[in-house]
Design a protein around this ligand. Structure first.
Ligand code: SF4
Length: 369
C-alpha cells in the first residue's frame, strides 16, 4: 500500500547559517560539530583502564548517592568497620531480536528529518547560540552542564530560548565576552538569574542550583566540570541522566546511556525493557545489560528526535512511520492507517500541529524501507 502524508513543514528557529540534523546523512561523523571549538591543553588523558574501572563502579556510585538521600543518619555507636567496596558485575542479556531492524528504520527516518533535539538539544545549544563567536571546550562543557540542568521538565525549544536570553544578557548587558561561564554565573544575582530563566520548569530551584554549582566548580574542581560520575552527581540538581550525557558530550567518556522520557517510553514500546518499568533509571540499567556500547551515546538523540516528530507521546504518526508496515512494532495505530487518504486538509492540519520539527524531506515511506 502506498502511504502518503501531508508535506506540512514545521520550521525550527534558525540563525544566518543553516543547521542540519546530525542524522541528515546516514553515516554520522563523530564529533564533527565540536571540531570548530578549539581544544584546550588541560584536558587530562583518559586511560582505558580508568574507563573500564569507572564502568564497574557506576552502579555503586549511584546506589551510594541514593542511600545518602534516603537513609537516616546512624548513631556513631552502631558504626562498624567499613566493608571493602563491592564491585558490581554488569549483567548481560541477549540483544532483542528486533533491535537492529528497528534501529535501522529509525536511523533512516531520522536522516530525513530535523527535530528540536538536533539544534536545541542540550549538547547542541552551546554550539547553536555561539555560532558567531566560537567558545573553548572548557566553556562548552560548562554551558552543556547548564543546559542539562535547565532541561528537566522543559522542552528543548524553551530551554534554547532561556539559554539564549541568558547568554545575550551576560554579553550585552554585563560585559562577559564568553557569555555563560562560571565567572558570569558567580557574578549574577540569583533573583536576576531566576528572571532570565523564568520560562523553564522549576526555574526558582534551578537558579539556586546554578549559583551553588558555580561555587562548587570554582572551589572544588579548578573552575571546570568534573570528569567523573561521582563528581557530577555530587552537584545540586544533577542526576545520573545528566551526568552520563555530560560525560559523553563534554569529556568523550561513554559510561552510561542517557535515558529521558522518550528513550524510556520507546524502549518499553518495542519490548527492549519490560513494559512494567516505571523509572527511567531502571530502563537505563536494563538497556545497558544488552545494548552494545557503540550505541550508548547515539541512542539518546536518535530516539528523542523520533519521539518529538513521529512517534509522539500523544497522537503517534504511524502514517508517517516506516515501521508501521512491518511486524516490528506492536503499537501501530491501525485506525489511523485506515483513515489515510480520507482525512480532510483541516484534520491533517490539526494532526500536523503536534509534530515538532521539519519533516519535509520525509517523502514516501516505501523509499525509506
Ligand atoms: S507506534 Fe507507530 S509511529 Fe510509533 S514506532 Fe510504532 S509504527 Fe512507528
Amino acid at each position: 500500500m502506498s502511504l502518503r502524508r501531508s508535506n506540512r513543514i514545521v520550521r525550527l528557529p534558525t540563525s544566518s547559517s543553516p543547521i542540519r540534523s546530525k542524522y541528515f546523512t546516514p553515516k554520522i561523523k563523530k564529533e564533527q560539530d565540536i571540531e570548530e571549538i578549539p581544544e584546550i591543553k588541560e584536558i587530562p588523558e583518559i586511560k582505558e583502564e580508568i574507563i573500564d574501572n569507572n564502568i564497574q563502579i557506576v552502579e555503586t556510585v549511584i546506589k551510594k548517592k541514593e542511600e545518602q538521600d534516603v537513609l537516616p543518619i546512624r548513631s556513631p555507636k552502631r558504626r562498624k568497620t567499613p566493608k571493602p567496596s563491592v564491585k558490581v558485575e554488569i549483567e548481560s542479556n541477549p540483544i532483542p531480536k528486533n533491535f537492529h531492524d528497528i534501529y535501522n528504520h529509525v536511523k533512516t527516518m531520522r536522516s530525513k528529518i530535523i527535530t528540536p533535539v538536533d539544534t536545541m538539544g542540550c549538547a547542541n545549544i552551546p554550539k547553536t547560540i555561539n555560532q558567531e563567536s566560537p567558545i573553548t571546550q572548557k566553556i562548552y562543557r560548562f554551558q552543556l552542564l547548564v543546559s542539562l540542568m535547565l532541561s528537566s521538565q522543559t522542552k528543548d525549544e524553551v530551554n534554547y530560548q532561556a539559554m539564549t536570553k541568558m547568554r545575550n544578557y551576560f554579553i550585552n548587558e554585563a560585559g562577559f565576552k564568553d557569555g555563560i561561564t562560571i565567572e558570569s554565573m558567580l557574578w549574577i544575582d540569583e533573583i536576576k538569574l531566576d528572571e532570565l530563566i523564568y520560562s523553564v520548569g522549576f526555574h526558582k530551584r534551578k537558579s539556586g542550583y546554578l549559583k551553588k554549582t558555580a561555587e562548587i566548580l570554582q572551589n572544588q574542581f579548578q573552575s571546570d566540570i568534573p570528569n567523573t560520575l561521582e563528581g557530577l552527581i555530587s552537584l545540586p540538581g544533577v542526576g545520573p541522566k545528566m551526568a552520563f550525557l555530560t560525560l559523553q558530550e563534554g569529556w568523550n567518556l561513554n559510561l552510561g546511556i542517557g535515558v529521558d522520557t522518550h528513550v524510556h517510553r520507546l524502549s518499553k514500546q518495542w519490548g527492549w525493557v519490560p513494559k512494567t518499568v516505571k523509572d527511567p533509571e531502571i530502563t537505563r540499567k536494563e538497556l545497558e545489560k544488552w545494548m552494545p556500547k557503540e550505541y550508548w551515546k547515539e541512542i539518546n538523540p536518535l530516539l528523542v528526535g523520533f519521539g518529538q516528530s513521529i512517534c509522539l507521546p500523544r497522537g503517534r504518526r504511524c502514517d508517517l512511520c516506516s515501521l508501521s508496515s512491518t511486524k516490528l512494532c506492536s503499537n501501530v495505530d491501525r485506525g489511523l492507517l485506515r483513515k489515510v487518504g480520507k482525512l480532510t486538509p483541516e484534520e491533517l492540519e490539526i494532526m500536523n500541529k503536534s509534530i515538532r520539527g521539519d519533516i519535509s524531506n520525509l517523502k514516501d515511506i516505501e523509499d525509506l524501507v
